[in-house]
Ligand binder design. Structure first.
Ligand SMILES: NC(=O)c1ccc[n+]([C@@H]2O[C@H](COP(=O)([O-])OP(=O)(O)OC[C@H]3O[C@@H](n4cnc5c(N)ncnc54)[C@H](OP(=O)(O)O)[C@@H]3O)[C@@H](O)[C@H]2O)c1
Length: 194
């Protein structure tokens, strides 16, 4: 099955998990582009967490220090994945809050580190906003969950720009409806040049 033809969200996640290699971005946003507020995400969508885990499990994940700290203690590190965290702060890697992370001083170092760990043929950049803005020219895929809510935020999805195009959406038109009634959609973007 190809991602271009499926309308089933679980099949879409499975297909992406089995086919994406290289550097992928993965995020969830409101229709207005909000990805975060006050260090958290202003929605609750278990279906997206399941999708996120299916995509990223077994692969290294890269994130900024603030995204790492946005996870509750009990979910840090994300299990089954090497959690690579970037910070400019010397010595932060020795702090208690860094426990369980592989801490590196730059995005380049994070990408290099990702090549030496299990599952490194695919590496997922998890954000947040600051890290995504530095990543759109080096990733080849972006998997975006759009959530049909209006919410204020302080952190926004990156602009993908003209070198990116939407390759597949589930559903192709309209929305999926989660068990809690929230409407959402998955889109795979690919970078075509640059
Ligand atoms: N909706 C989603 O899918 C999603 C995904 C991820 C995050 N989020 C949300 O986004 C928010 C966090 O995003 P954010 O933009 O505030 O922060 P962020 O990108 O997670 O982290 C920023 C921090 O990362 C470090 N950093 C960034 N670029 C670096 C570089 N080139 N070299 C070294 N270190 C670097 C710096 O840490 P130091 O300050 O320690 O130097 C910087 O302060 C939260 O609200 C979170 O919930 C949402």
């Amino acid at each position: 099955m190809s991602t271009e033809n499926t309308a089933d969200p679980q099949a879409f996640s499975e297909e992406l998990a089995g086919s994406v290699t290289g550097v992928g971005l993965v995020w969830a946003q409101t229709s207005g582009g909000v990805i975060g507020k006050d260090g958290d995400m202003p929605w609750h969508l278990p279906e997206d967490l399941k999708h996120f885990n299916r995509l990223t499990m077994g692969h290294p994940v890269i994130m900024g220090r603030k995204t790492w700290l946005s996870f509750p203690d009990k979910y840090r590190p994300l299990p089954g994945r090497t959690n690579i965290v970037i910070t400019r702060q010397k010595g932060w890697g020795e702090s208690p809050e860094a426990k369980g992370a592989v801490v590196v001083p730059s995005l380049d170092d994070a990408l290099l580190e990702s090549q030496f760990v299990d599952g490194g043929e695919t590496v997922w950049i998890l954000g947040g906003g600051e890290v995504f803005r530095q990543s759109t020219d080096l990733a080849n895929v972006a998997v975006v969950t759009t959530i049909d809510v209006e919410a204020d935020g302080d952190t926004f999805a990156p602009e993908l720009g003209e070198t990116w195009e939407a390759a597949a959406s589930v559903p192709p038109d309209g929305w999926l409806t989660a068990a809690n009634g929230t409407q959402y959609r998955f889109t795979k973007w690919v970078r075509t040049q640059g």
